[in-house]
Write a protein that binds this ligand. Structure first.
Ligand SMILES: Nc1ncnc2c1ncn2[C@@H]1O[C@H](COP(=O)(O)OP(=O)(O)OP(=O)(O)O)[C@@H](O)[C@H]1O
Length: 242
């Protein structure tokens, strides 16, 4: 099997923003700005992960463990400080609701904008347009500017565009939570369909029941490091401390 995702030794540091006292700042200036005034921490630390084509992987871990940051590196919206991330084929999904949408454009224009960002040709988007709007159940609101959309409506349109791009690698962050129950069910069955069609899935969720249904493999992160990589039931048991 070919690799869909290959992550080698990545590190990502963020600044810990906290207010410095006037004294600390003056001392720092007097010392000729030597040293770093702001502290940093590693949100991802020496993370290596390979995912084969067709695998369904859950990223698990407590709040702040680095799951979303890792997903953003796979999608390419974030770059590592060191190490490499390689993906094969078209990568799409839902990481942040509304990312890639322009608030002043209508739903219709955003379908074209977002579809293009995700690598669809204009012809493809025209061909799929009705199906995208049908799946999203946006109806007559398709010509409304998306800044007037509710978060659930954003999610519907973004999810619908993403699944219609025919991605090789599909990424999903917690995001489904803003959809209502019928739409969530519809998304979950679509995600299962993608998995059955041999697409690679990487899912971040605290809903362990759902994760158990969708994914076969579970990767557990703790303070920016991978601490467990196992069949999903085992990874879930690890998270639950069993
Ligand atoms: N752009 C950023 N700038 C600074 N710090 C960030 C940034 N993005 C994430 N972080 C920090 O990196 C750490 C990991 O965040 P991340 O969102 O990846 O965690 P997570 O495992 O997805 O958490 P949760 O389960 O709460 O969603 C957190 O401490 C977070 O505050």
């Amino acid at each position: 099997m070919a690799l869909a995702i290959e992550i080698a030794g990545i590190q990502k540091r963020f600044a810990l923003r906290h207010t410095r006292s006037l004294k600390e700042t003056v001392l720092w200036l007097l010392k000729g700005r030597k040293g770093d005034l702001s502290k940093t921490f590693a949100a991802l630390n020496d993370v290596s992960l390979t995912v084969e084509e067709g695998e369904t992987v859950a990223l698990l871990g407590f709040n702040g463990s680095g799951k979303s940051t890792l997903l953003k590196h796979i999608s390419g919206v974030m770059l590592p400080d060191t190490g490499t991330v390689r993906t094969r084929g078209r990568v799409a999904g839902l990481i942040e609701v509304g990312a890639g949408f322009h608030p002043d454009l209508s739903g219709r224009d955003n379908v074209f904008l977002n579809g293009a960002i995700l690598g669809m040709s204009e012809k493809d988007i025209h061909r799929q347009f009705d199906s995208i709007v049908d799946f999203a159940e946006i109806g007559e609101f398709i010509d409304t500017e998306v800044r007037f959309y509710s978060s659930g409506m954003y999610l519907r349109l973004a999810f619908s565009v993403a699944v219609h791009t025919d991605p090789n690698v599909f990424l999903i962050d917690e995001i489904l939570a803003v959809g209502d129950e019928p739409f969530q069910r519809k998304c979950i069955s679509k995600i299962k369909e993608l998995a059955e069609a041999g697409k690679t899935l990487v899912v971040v969720s605290h809903d362990l029941e759902l994760i158990g249904q969708i994914c076969r493999r579970g990767v557990v992160l703790e303070k920016g490091r991978i601490v467990h990589d196992a069949p999903v039931a085992e990874a879930i048991a690890h998270i639950r401390g069993q």
